[in-house]
Design a protein around this ligand. Structure first.
Ligand SMILES: *Cc1c(COP(=O)(O)O)cnc(C)c1O
Length: 378
């Protein structure tokens, strides 16, 4: 059996090596490393895949979130609502821009911020809601966009972990995550659903004027070279990464299928194991399993992780510290609700190896190890 990895990008590369290598050598030969034709081609292809009007590539997912906030003309006292249980980027950019992060608690089963907690955090200073589609599963976008309309707020979707996921509206129609709020943000970090071979990110919007501003901000606040209307930054996806992404985008749906198949196999064999809870799939989205995350009960999470590691099975804790307990947010973050679910999750969650190349033999080995752990400890 092949060594089990949390994410196996070597094996995936081997399956598309021919196409990737020729796409990369095309860029090398053209020597257009910045703003090569691959970049616009990728933006167009991704816009078509997502069915969104504009895709603006940028340097990484954190930049995408920062640029989205910069595009909204916010003032220093403005409040931005963000879940407490997420990767740091979602809230870091709020602090970076001297805005106020307001952290809200999440749902114990789907791990995304609940509508009730979001609504109760709204004040006259609230300007933006940042729903995070954590681990590949959607926040309640239909209700969140209704809420945003009611209170006149912007919605920036953090789609870094859920690119390609479908949202299913009450009337049955579907949209890709990241295209429902005012601006969607994503990351092409190598391990994400659509990953490049370095750093990369993008923003999406259907709004023409937001598109103009975002495009300017990513390019030093400029439309015309050496003329700068606003303060922006330098945030580009380079041609080599765009070339890789152009190849991999064609496989995104099949990659998602592989993740879902692996996830459903884990779930089918682990769901009756006492002492753990398998991930829940909400009915209003298609979970793309960026992570397959168990809840380990009775304080046994760390012991199980160690037990698996000894058997050469990697397992990771996403995330061990909720945002409100991070040193960096000690003085800036505000909370309007109890954050007990988020705290509880940080002590219970354990993510198993999840990627497009997991074999059933590897999964059986992982599953048997977990069952052995629960059979032999008390
Ligand atoms: C990965 C990630 C980001 C940031 O993406 P980078 O490309 O690493 O900057 C933002 N939000 C979430 C939820 C992420 O998982």
């Amino acid at each position: 059996m092949k060594k089990i990895q949390m994410v196996d990008l070597q094996t995936q590369y081997a399956t598309i090596k021919g196409e990737i290598d020729s796409a990369i050598s095309e860029v090398l030969e053209s020597a257009h490393f910045i703003n090569g034709e691959q970049v616009q081609a990728f933006a167009d292809n991704l816009a078509e895949y997502l069915n969104v009007k504009h895709v603006i590539p940028c340097a990484n997912g954190t930049d995408a979130l920062q640029i989205a906030l910069m595009a909204l003309n916010l003032k220093p006292s403005d409040e931005i609502i963000c879940p407490d249980f997420t990767f740091i980027s979602s809230a870091e950019v709020i602090g970076l821009l001297k805005l106020h992060p307001v952290l809200v608690d999440v749902d114990a089963n789907s791990f995304v911020a609940t509508l009730k907690n979001i609504e109760s955090a709204i004040t006259v200073k609230t300007k933006v809601i940042i729903p995070v589609h954590l681990f590949g599963q959607a926040a309640e976008m239909e209700a969140i966009t209704d809420l945003a309309k009611k209170y006149n707020l912007y919605v920036i979707e953090d789609t870094a972990q859920a690119l390609g996921s479908d949202y299913i509206f009450a009337d049955g129609h579907r949209k890709k995550l990241g295209t429902i709020g005012d601006i969607g943000c994503t990351s092409f970090f190598p391990s994400k659903n659509l990953g490049c071979y370095g750093d990369g990110g993008a923003l999406f919007t259907d709004d023409d004027s937001l598109y103009e501003r975002i495009k300017m901000i990513t390019n030093h606040g400029s439309k015309q070279k050496y003329y700068h209307q606003i303060i922006g930054c330098n945030s580009r996806l380079d041609s080599l990464q765009a070339a890789v992404l152009n190849v991999k985008l064609k496989y995104l749906d099949s990659y998602i299928e592989s993740r879902r198949k692996a996830a459903h196999y884990y779930t089918s064999r682990l769901k009756d194991t006492e002492g753990l809870v398998v991930p829940a799939e909400n009915e209003y989205s298609v979970h793309t399993y960026h992570q397959y995350t168990l809840k380990i009960l009775n304080g046994k999470r760390d012991a199980l992780k160690e037990f698996l590691n000894k058997k050469d099975i990697p397992a990771m804790i996403y995330y061990p510290v909720p945002l409100h307990k991070q040193e960096a947010f000690k003085t800036t973050a505000r909370t309007h609700s109890s954050l007990e679910i988020s705290e509880q999750l940080s002590e219970q969650v354990l993510s198993l190896p999840m990627h497009t190349e997991l074999s059933q033999e590897q999964q059986d080995y992982i599953i048997e190890a977990i069952k052995t752990f629960f059979d032999t400890t008390d």
